[in-house]
Design a protein. Structure first.
Length: 390
């Protein structure tokens, strides 16, 4: 999965023609074997305390009360959690409820790898939610999302009716809501295992398992990046200038206030005139993305020079910049500087590979101890995870 381009799954022209613009359905684009099974879902539900809204049931656009499918349990420390009641859960699902499990990428490594592959391709944060349905009853009704989504059908079949937009690019915090949904769909699709569907934010849609079979699919939500986000980042860059840190002259006369605003306008114009501003913003966001951090137990006091120890980066959006005499890695909010020899060690890790120390040492022509020391720097900065079972 780490070598897969989700953009390639959706077509060579996806980035140029469809991303943020229009929905796209590609049948049989992905081999879903090993991504997520019903047994995987059963084990997750049984092994974790998934309090609502992390795990929830919905029917006809309404979230069901948690007491309808769980039993409250009081611990001796006087906390209460809701234990899933399998028989009641089955009943609610037979009655038409859909099961939703948020952030399943944090619970199931194969879906984490899927999310990371999308992050590496599209350079934005991804959260994967899992949905299971058994009946033609719609779990969420006709609705729109405030972020783009990439849907992968895992098992069974799911019908998607796409209605189009009534407010382009709506936001989670917006000044107004979209108008009512259109009455006629612009597309009526049935997804089968391996099908991939892209739906831009703001596009009204309705989903149901009305094909006479159960359905299991994962929806990967993409974090938005708007001009508002860019300006928030630009405002941080402007803090290097004293006039952008100074208190506003709210009590001064009109002339003084006008001069202050004019000075701010000039500083802002200088930054906005940079033709590489968006590229700089993307690089900064990539370097700050923390990914799915993990500890590196049992190695709490250093990385051993074990040739069989396998390592990988836990952020999919690390940025590697090779200069004339230095290699710079920006990952998980930390910037690392290495000598040029480190590029051969870092390049496969930035590409999403899991590699043992011996292979990295042979590739780079470095001593095993030197490679272990380099990896230790990354672990200290929370950018990497190591483990013999990875």
């Amino acid at each position: 999965m780490t070598d897969l381009s989700i953009a390639a799954c959706l077509g060579e022209d996806f980035l140029a023609q469809a991303l943020h613009r229009e929905h796209r359905h590609t049948p049989g684009a992905l081999d879903v074997a090993g991504l997520m099974t019903w047994d995987d879902l059963n084990n997750i539900l049984a092994a974790h305390r998934l309090e609502p809204p992390r795990m929830r049931l919905s029917r006809d656009g309404e979230t069901l009360l948690v007491g309808g499918y769980t039993t409250p349990v009081a611990t001796r420390r006087h906390t209460v959690w809701h234990r899933l009641h399998p028989a009641e859960l089955h009943t609610r699902l037979l009655e038409g409820a859909s099961l939703a499990l948020d952030s399943v990428d944090e619970l199931h490594p194969p879906l984490a790898r899927l999310a990371e592959a999308i992050e590496r391709d599209l350079r934005t944060r991804v959260q994967a939610n899992l949905y299971a349905s058994w009946t033609s009853t719609e779990g969420f009704g006709v609705h729109w999302d405030d972020h783009d989504t990439i849907v992968v059908q895992l098992d069974g079949a799911k019908r998607w009716r796409i209605y189009g937009t009534t407010r382009p690019f709506p936001l989670y915090r917006d000044i107004e809501d979209p108008d009512e949904a259109p009455t006629e769909p612009v597309a009526d699709l049935v997804l089968h295992p391996g099908d991939v569907l892209y739906v831009p934010r703001g596009v009204w849609h309705a989903v149901s398992a009305d094909q006479g079979t159960r359905s299991l699919h994962v929806t990967c939500g993409l974090q938005t990046h708007t001009a508002t986000d860019l300006m928030a980042w630009v405002s941080e860059q402007l803090l290097t200038h004293e006039d952008w840190r100074r208190d506003l002259p709210l009590h001064a006369g009109p002339d003084v206030q006008a001069d202050a605003v004019d000075g701010m306008r000039k500083r802002l114009a200088e930054l906005l005139d940079d033709p590489r501003l968006l590229a700089r913003y993307r690089t900064a966001m990539d370097g700050q993305a923390v990914g799915r951090m993990m500890p590196s137990l049992p190695y709490i006091d250093g990385i051993p020079a074990d040739p069989h120890l396998r390592v990988r980066l836990t952020t999919a959006r690390a940025v590697l910049d090779v200069g004339d005499d230095i290699v710079t890695l920006s990952a998980a909010g930390t910037v690392y500087d290495f000598t040029l020899e480190a590029e051969a060690v870092l390049r496969p890790l930035v590409g999403g590979r899991t590699v043992d120390l011996a292979t990295l040492a042979d590739t780079a022509g470095l001593a095993l101890e030197d490679v272990a020391g380099l990896i230790q720097e990354l672990v200290t900065g929370q950018a990497a995870v190591v483990g013999s079972l990875l």
